[in-house]
Design a protein around this ligand. Sequence first.
Ligand code: MG
Length: 298
Amino acid sequence: MQAVIKVTPSQLDEIAATYPANRKLPNGAVFASKITGVTITGYKSGKVLFQGPLAEKEAGRWGTNSTPHSPKKVASDLPANFAHLAVLGSDEVGTGAYFGPLTTAAVFVPADQVDELIKLGVKDSKKLTDPKILELAKAIEQRCPYHVLDLAPHDYNRLINQYNQAQLKALCHNFVLLKVLDKIAPTKPDSILIDQFVQAKTYFNYLKGQDRILKDQVYFKEKGESYHVAVAAASIIARAYSLATMNRLSDEAGMTLPIGAGSTVDQVAIKLVKAGKDLDHFAKLHFANTKKVKRALK
Ligand code: MG
């Protein structure tokens, strides 16, 4: 059971003064308390969260705007109140596209930024237009620590000789997540959520032999953005960087490089080669498209 109320700064002070300060402060919190049947956490943003069997009753003391929050999916294997915790999330784009980079991003969303980002319209980047993605990426970058690994096709092609694609993705996620952890230290996220692309066991198998492997509090969910806005934020940042790189590559190619891996992509690749360009600079060469292009050019 949980309830959330939104209060003014003076009400927040009043509520904080009412309860014993007997719990460790989560990120973004100004007070945290546990009394019989309910834990109470007040955030800088004016949000007060009540959790426990008596949550509704206790929240009711402070006003009528108590609303149980359920816009987000919940899962029994995630910590309670997951959608409102301080979460470091990661996602990648470009794995299904012949042209362009593999771009992986991690974003740390402090608890007091969760509602902010949702209000701004941060959601799955696939549901957003390109201009909106660029606008939201800026807003996220101003509010949240993040890191991006934008792997250009040439570098991707070198690495894909060594690793399979899922393994390369695992390495990229581990890398950007650690970068953000280092940036925010000594602050620690409550949890880490990776937009799932393989089973957890496989993910960690792929990372064997790495110097540093992020393992503590790591969770995996398909459609991770429906469990925490941090994954949506990561997908938006990744998409924004990927778009910028695609624009640069299109300029260098002298033609617009299409997304995906269909027959339009083959036609453009054929044109590129005929124009004397090196596909290694523009495309992920292990895709079946490369063979089709070579066959067509024979
Ligand atoms: Mg994903």
